[in-house]
Design a protein around this ligand. Structure first.
Ligand code: MG
Length: 432
């Protein structure tokens, strides 16, 4: 392996998206590009766009949420075109954007293009400086195809690595090379990825050499999806990719005494994901030839720690930019995230992103919480919730500091249909 290896973690442990709607994939009609002007009179004077979470907002388990169909009837005109810019922001990551767009089209009954979908790995396409590097990809689903789709040219999987270095993967007896027997009592599945990623980190990508725990510069690490838990069919939450990261961080720390550092963390609530969403919304408005820039974003979700935290974090960044009136000013998200790597400096954005991405037109991102998913309005939080959450149940990533203000939703509504009604009312928009 080359010296300049990049470790890339793509979401694991999400239910297969094809499982949600069975094998039946919506047959897309020749979806008109979103460049068609909205049919509603005066729509070109609108200045807002919508970000929808998927699980718990539009679908629950395998079933569409009825309010979603109702909401989307209001969001498309008689030709099936969206009347305002709409994107779907999910932390799922085990399929291509096109696959997710096809599934959403089927669920919602309206044509949705891949340019409207942001998955946990989507922001990787902006890290162009790594696209020519040798990249190790860890995750489930078609990870090599996903990595190539976002721009990486030289990718290898954990399986490819394991086959090249069979002696490194020893925990699972069934996959162990025939050697003198040793007994282990460790869980299988994750150990291969954890072992080989730690090997790559501690050998600086030279797997033929032994571990160097001192003075080894850490390889670049990009992680997609920080969800500690997620809801499946079981009564209680299941391990998410965030749990895998907790394992990796702690193993690395235990062995080296150093903190594992990320080049970037993406997926909600990371700002990078919202930057990317803002860019897609802005692109849709430009394609529609809207006269005014999109200044207001509304993010609709069911999870306080991802959807609401993320929207509010991005809102802080936008407000700070507006307050400073200085396009080169960097929003000091470090104070909120506790990490210098969570947000690229603005001058870095200029070099990393397509130029359109450098400067958001949005000046606010309002959070709207729905009660059809993980948020339970009947579960009262204790009076000392701030202390309690911070000390005991903050499930956010190590590099994100808990701030009670960031989990305070702008609005709470019953479902996504109510959310759309509320937003239309706030924007004084009456669909034709
Ligand atoms: Mg959700």
């Amino acid at each position: 392996m080359q010296q300049k290896t990049l470790l890339l973690l793509i979401c694991r442990h999400r239910v297969s998206t094809s499982q949600i709607i069975g094998e039946k994939i919506y047959e897309r009609k020749q979806a008109q590009p979103t460049s068609q002007p909205a049919s509603a009179a005066g729509a070109s004077r609108l200045t807002f766009g919508l970000l929808f979470d998927i699980d718990g907002v539009l679908v629950r388990g395998r079933m569409p949420i009825p309010a979603a169909t109702k909401a989307f009837e209001k969001l498309v005109d008689s030709q099936g075109q969206f009347v305002v810019p709409v994107v779907f922001v999910t932390n799922a990551g085990n399929c291509l954007r096109q696959t997710k767009a096809d599934q959403l089209s089927h669920i919602l009954g309206v044509p949705i293009t891949q340019d409207q979908v942001i998955m946990s790995h989507s922001p990787l396409r902006m890290f162009k400086k790594f696209h020519d590097k040798c990249v190790l990809v860890s995750g489930q689903g078609p990870v090599l195809e996903i990595a190539k789709n976002v721009g990486f040219k030289n990718v290898i999987s954990i399986d490819m690595l394991r086959e090249s270095y069979p002696l490194l993967d020893m925990v699972d007896h069934n996959r162990r090379p025939k050697l003198p027997v040793r007994f282990y009592n460790l869980p299988i599945r994750w150990e291969t990825n954890l072992q080989l990623i730690v090997d790559v980190l501690l050998t600086n990508g030279n797997l033929g050499s032994s571990h160097q725990t001192q003075n080894t510069p850490q390889l670049h690490l990009l992680a997609c999806n920080m969800d500690l838990m997620w809801m499946a069919e079981a009564h209680s939450p299941r391990f998410g990719h965030g749990t895998f990261l907790v394992c990796l961080e702690n193993i690395y720390k235990k062995i080296t005494g150093k903190d594992l550092k990320y080049e970037a963390l993406m997926g909600k609530p990371s700002e990078l994901t919202y930057h990317f969403a803002e860019y897609l919304i802005r692109s849709q408005a430009m394609q529609r030839q809207w006269e005014l820039p999109v200044t207001s974003l509304y993010a609709i979700g069911d999870n306080l720690m991802t959807d609401i935290y993320g929207a509010n974090l991005y809102n802080r960044y936008l407000e700070e930019r507006v307050a400073r009136k200085n396009p080169k000013a960097v929003a000091k998200m470090v104070s909120a995230t506790g990490s210098t790597t969570a947000v690229p400096r603005e001058e870095e954005i200029d070099s990393l992103w397509e130029s359109e991405l450098a400067l958001p037109s949005a000046t606010s991102c309002k959070s709207v919480l729905v009660c059809t998913g993980v948020y339970n309005p009947n579960a009262e939080v204790p009076s000392d919730a701030n202390h309690c959450i911070k000390e005991t149940v903050f499930h956010g990533h190590r590099d994100f500091i808990f701030d009670p203000g960031l989990v305070e939703p702008g609005h709470i509504v019953q479902d996504v249909a109510e959310a759309v009604d509320l937003i239309f009312e706030q924007e004084k928009f009456v669909p034709q």
